[in-house]
Design a protein around this ligand. Structure first.
Ligand SMILES: [Zn+2]
Length: 425
């Protein structure tokens, strides 16, 4: 039986993978093909990556522009947190679709289905299957086909920490891999992302959690080996969704815009800067589109802006100017090390809701080197065991790779199947 198993260690930077830090991943790399030029999407945020991984498309096509976004509702721009459990259901009512491209869960619904176990934000979990074709398990609610809640005993009630990841992993192995055996099984661990937002990269607390995440990956690797020995043809993809940079400063972009006379006032909806960690999406209400050239000049002159992309450049980063999106900003970043000698520092954009990031801890969302350096290792048919590949690979390649393993059509997506060895059809 052909199956695909996808494991994500949320937020793990490629350069933290080593014999000392992640012995299980290093052992796996001897039987897997390792992609050393693996890139994520913009913004490099979990909800956007989840939607891009599930659809094989960039935000320009699936339509989830950020971890937080502005939606045009009744003629007004409204700030929305895409992590909210109801966000994609709300977005469907407002825009006509939750995600505008089919997910893996939809594509495999009649050939074994998909089961997703996720321990990150509700919005990121549900982005794998917002329209209810398979099963999604999350502490905010677990759903089967038709988005019907599962029974009380079947819920996934786990905490967002190492202990919760452990319980989720054990259940995933015993129940999903060994018994229910879906065509696509996804295990999305909350660590080491969660600790990196709370403690400095390279700190003792960080390494302790990283070791646990590596152990959890090791449990899945061993379980898949056992199933393969029993005859299952499993493609196992283990990777991360983005890396982290160390936050060295917080910029309140809305306040900067007000001070520059480019936004009416705090909380006004003519121009809105929506923080996505170390990046920001700038929305302009169509009635105020005349201000766009002045905004462009303003961003070009700010030292807190690393890179910015206007209306005609959004496409180059996988976005498009829908719903008032006018600019995307990746905050200024450098290779400067943090207190523990870990390279990669960035400014972060202050969120309008919620608390700002902790200085000296990790964040992501932009285009800087380390947040754009997730890892990927793949074992199974079509991949060369033990080989390190310098080929360019992307988050959007995961869905086409999974579809190819399952013998399904993967044409017309933004990504390409990564199998380099001819696979028996
Ligand atoms: Zn993440």
């Amino acid at each position: 039986m052909r199956r695909v198993v996808i494991v994500t260690l949320d937020g793990l930077r490629r350069d933290f993978i080593s014999e000392a830090n992640t012995p299980n991943l290093i052992a796996f790399s001897r039987q897997a093909q390792r992609f050393e030029d693996y890139r994520t999407v913009f913004p490099s945020c979990t909800r956007v990556v989840s939607a891009s991984l599930a659809t094989g498309c960039y935000p320009a096509r699936h339509g989830l522009q950020g971890n937080s976004v502005a939606l045009m509702e009744d003629g007004q721009l409204v700030l929305r947190d895409a992590g909210d459990p109801e966000f994609l259901q709300h977005k469907r009512r407002i825009t006509g679709s939750s995600l505008a491209m089919p997910t893996l869960a939809e594509r495999v619904k009649s050939i074994g289905g998909a089961i997703i176990f996720s321990n990150v934000s509700p919005g990121a979990a549900y982005a794998h299957d917002p329209d209810g074709y398979g099963h999604v398990y999350h502490r905010a609610g677990s759903f089967g086909p038709g988005r019907v809640p599962v029974s009380v005993e079947d819920r996934l009630d786990v905490t967002l920490d190492v202990a919760g990841d452990r319980r989720m992993t054990e259940r995933f192995i015993d129940e999903v891999l060994a018994q229910r055996r879906p065509a696509v099984a996804v295990l999305w661990l909350g660590e080491p992302d969660h600790i990196q937002h709370e403690a400095p990269l390279g700190s003792p607390e960080f390494f302790e959690v990283l070791a646990a995440a590596d152990t959890h990956a090791g449990l899945v690797i061993a379980a898949v080996e056992k199933l393969r020995a029993e005859g299952d043809d499993i493609l196992l993809l283990i990777g991360s969704d983005h890396g982290h940079e160390t936050v060295t400063g917080i910029i309140d972009i809305d306040a900067e815009l007000v001070a520059a006379g480019l936004k009416a006032g705090e909380g006004s909806t003519d121009v809105m800067a929506v923080s996505n960690g170390t990046s920001a999406l700038i929305y302009v209400h169509p009635d105020h589109a005349g201000i766009i050239p002045r905004l462009r000049d303003f961003f070009a002159g700010q030292d807190w802006v690393g890179k910015f992309f206007g209306l005609d450049q959004l496409e180059t980063i996988g976005q498009r100017p829908d719903g008032g999106l006018a600019f995307a900003i990746s905050m200024a970043a450098s290779d400067a090390p943090n207190a523990y000698g870990v390279p990669g520092s960035s400014l972060a954009a202050k969120p309008s809701m919620g608390k700002p990031d902790r200085l000296g801890c990790g964040q992501h969302g932009g285009l800087a080197k380390y947040e754009q350096s997730p890892f990927l290792m793949v074992s199974g048919a079509g991949f060369r065991p033990g080989e390190t590949s310098d080929d360019y690979a992307r988050i959007v390649d995961i869905a086409p790779t999974a579809l190819r393993h399952l013998g399904l059509d993967a044409s017309g997506l933004d990504g390409d199947a990564l199998q380099s060895v001819p696979v028996e059809e």
